[in-house]
Design a protein around this ligand. Structure first.
Ligand SMILES: [Zn+2]
Length: 274
């Protein structure tokens, strides 16, 4: 069992949005994803990072607004498929892709994994299937990024999990793949039904909290992002509550490193050159 993190492209955002108190200039939001190897199940992806499908999916309106808000920077050798190829892993071999949430920087590579079951939460799935047009775009959902057979390959986490329980920090954990050291977790607020995970092996313990914050620093200092992001967040109240739960978890389980997808600290864990 092991875990590696990679980054496939980035978009840029104003630091004032991430940190309204002290943010200056523009920072890069890398599209980080994880490769988890479980001996009985092989290689599992958690998110996919960006691919050029993002530019295709945002070539016309209303999707074009999405590209204006978050223009993509990606070199062809940086896609998840290409990076896995460097590791000797063929994209066709991947049996499972877990999706934290359906924002483009997390799912743009989905079409590159034609044989994978796509695991997501019921709430995230329902949101994707029921949001249309401008509303979908405003929630960060681009249907054009989904493979044509998405509905046949999607697996709802609540059905897939062997056991679901609430831990001592109030975070819902999902037992998947019969592994006590890898659990999916609910992280409500940023996007409907968003997921992260807990991972623990002999060397390290990680709570991967995806977009529950964009920065470890602001999370730690209790600085919330600019209120302008409420426009596309699912629930501001849940976002705050989720950060409180992560803090409670961190206090009770100090051995865990808390990583966020787009945080600069997470780049120390990235296996590829960015
Ligand atoms: Zn994101």
């Amino acid at each position: 069992m092991n875990i590696r993190f990679f980054a496939s492209g980035y978009c840029e955002a104003h630091e004032k949005i991430v940190n309204p108190l002290n943010g200056k200039g523009v920072s890069k939001f890398y599209a980080v994803w994880a490769l988890i190897y479980l001996p009985e199940f092989g290689n599992i992806l958690f998110d996919t990072g960006y691919t050029k499908e993002f530019d295709k999916a945002t070539s016309s309106f209303p999707e074009r607004f999405y590209r204006w808000a978050t223009p993509l920077h990606l070199k062809p050798h940086q896609t998840a498929k290409a990076l896995l190829g460097n590791e000797g892993i063929n994209a066709d071999e991947i049996q499972y892709v877990i999706i934290s949430h359906f924002h483009a920087d997390h799912i743009a590579g989905l079409k590159d994994f034609p044989n994978a079951k796509i695991i997501c939460s019921k709430l995230a799935y329902h949101e994707v299937m029921t949001s249309k047009g401008v509303r979908a775009v405003s929630k960060g959902i681009l249907h054009k990024l989904l493979p044509d057979d998405f509905e046949n390959r999607v697996v709802l986490l609540e059905d897939f999990a062997k056991n679901i329980f609430v831990n001592d920090a109030g975070i819902t954990e999902f037992d998947v793949f019969n592994h006590s050291s890898f659990k999916l977790i609910s992280l409500d607020g940023h996007a409907k039904g968003m997921l992260g995970f807990l991972y623990k092996d002999e060397k390290q313990a990680i709570l991967y909290a995806t977009d529950a914050s964009w920065s470890y620093e602001t999370y730690q200092q209790g600085i919330l992002p600019s209120k302008i992001v409420k426009l596309f967040f699912d629930s501001w109240g849940d976002f705050i509550e989720t950060q409180n739960k992560i803090r409670a978890f961190e206090t009770a389980h100090a051995e865990f490193s808390i990583l966020f997808t787009h945080c600069a600290k997470t780049l120390n864990y990235i296996a590829n050159e960015i």
